[in-house]
Design a binder for this molecule. Structure first.
Ligand code: ADP
Ligand code: MG
Length: 381
């Protein structure tokens, strides 16, 4: 068990294609026993970060501390970390027992019998005791995944590093392994950095998520905090499915009211002091699909249904209003027909606003006067 601390960690790849900054001045900590999920689109620098933590990739700049000790100069075997890869990376000619015990072979002072006992304990924990004499080609994807996990756990690392470990499993097994991995991590209490591009995985598993874009860390926060109070439009739209509706709107301040208009439609309104906006300026207006209600509250606007997608537990209704396309997520009994004209209302507290130039959040979920706040100083701590 240990605390993990990345300080200004940068990775620049320098090859025939030129130089590329894959990870840019990353500051990130994980407290003892914490489950941190590094999430972001493909190519944003997640694997590079994990590989630097494991020692499989050099660090161009910055420091990595595990339990208060700098490790960036140490070889992988000298760091108390264990990594699980998407590809499992099992030895195909070895049995599950040999694969899991392999990393223990050079462990100090362990007899063969003690090694076996350890492997058997962990196999029990992962429910693969019956597979110990099988080789990988006799196993399903899910079983291989468990063996790969077991090989990491058996080494009792200070830090677990998992790179998209569930991507090769089918949807049902993935959901099950999500829950199980969480249970195991909690039981063992090992500090964990888990990488995924899948925001659902990130939201359901993490104590805190760290959202990256293009090598740059955007926000670190508990999932619900990042969802309700994203620091910018990137985080807001990356989290949530279907993703947040965002459109350019013009601010129209009249008395105590601010209205957000586009192409003849007023999409939302709120007290003028709820957001640091100026009359006549253009902002990015964001509304999550589940916050678009198909009722004629005040304020509301009319929209035309293009298609309603039946989902079972709820429906996705695709709408157009003026030149904007929007998606609403509604209860299963709300099922309008194509070309129906419906009333849509959005409560002021559910409106998100972003700066149209920087993408920074101006207003997130909730409704507090912003009189004391400076523009661009939305606190999400
Ligand atoms: P992710 O895991 O988030 O999909 P990666 O960390 O694998 O992203 O890659 C981040 C960026 O670094 C990408 O643009 C990728 O092309 C680049 N990259 C990764 N590995 C190398 C490498 N060995 N040489 C050059 N560029 C690389
Ligand atoms: Mg990757």
């Amino acid at each position: 068990m240990a605390e993990l601390d990345l300080n200004d960690v940068t990775k620049v790849y320098d090859d025939a294609q030129g130089t590329e900054t894959a990870v840019d001045s990353l500051d990130l900590t994980a407290s003892d026993g914490e489950f941190v999920v590094l999430v972001g689109p493909s190519g944003c620098g997640k694997s590079t970060t994990l590989r630097m933590l494991a020692g499989l990739e050099t660090v161009s700049d910055g420091t990595i501390e595990i339990a208060g000790k700098e490790v960036q100069h140490l070889a992988p075997s000298e760091r108390a970390v264990a990594m699980v890869f998407q590809s499992y990376a099992l030895y195909s000619q070895m049995t599950a027992r040999e694969n899991m015990g392999y990393g223990l072979k050079h462990a100090d002072g362990l007899s063969k019998r003690e090694r076996h006992a350890k492997v058997e304990d962990i196999a029990e924990l992962l429910d693969i005791a019956q597979l110990l004499n099988d080789t990988p080609d006799e196993m399903s994807g899910g079983q291989k995944q468990r063996v790969a996990l077991g090989r990491a756990i058996v080494r009792e690392p200070d830090v677990f590093l998992l790179d998209e470990p569930l991507s090769n499993l089918d949807a049902k097994l993935r959901a099950r392994m999500r829950t199980e991995l969480q249970r195991i991590q909690e039981d063992l209490g090992v500090t964990t950095v888990y990488v995924t591009h899948d925001q659902t995985e990130a939201m359901t598993m993490a104590d805190r998520i760290a959202v990256m874009d293009d090598g740059v860390l955007q926000q670190v926060a508990p999932p619900e905090k990042a969802y309700d109070h994203p620091v910018n439009e990137f985080v807001a739209t990356f989290l949530g499915s279907p993703s947040m509706n965002v459109l350019d709107a013009t601010v129209d301040v009249a008395g105590d009211d601010a209205r957000f208009r586009r192409d003849g439609t007023t999409f939302a309104a709120m007290p003028a002091d709820a957001a640091p906006v100026r009359d006549g300026e253009t902002v990015r207006l964001g509304v999550r699909p589940e916050d678009m209600r198909l009722v004629a509250d005040e304020p509301s606007f009319e929209a035309t249904v293009s298609v309603a997608e039946y989902q079972g537990n709820d429906n996705f209704v695709h709408l157009s209003a003026g030149d904007s396309d929007l998606t609403a997520r509604v209860p299963p009994d709300v099922y309008p027909n194509p070309n129906d004209v419906v009333d849509v209302s959005v409560a002021p507290e559910d409106v998100y606003l972003f700066d149209s130039t920087t993408g920074e959040s101006l207003k997130t979920r909730g409704l507090q006067p912003t009189a004391d706040r400076q523009r661009g100083a939305v606190s999400t701590d």
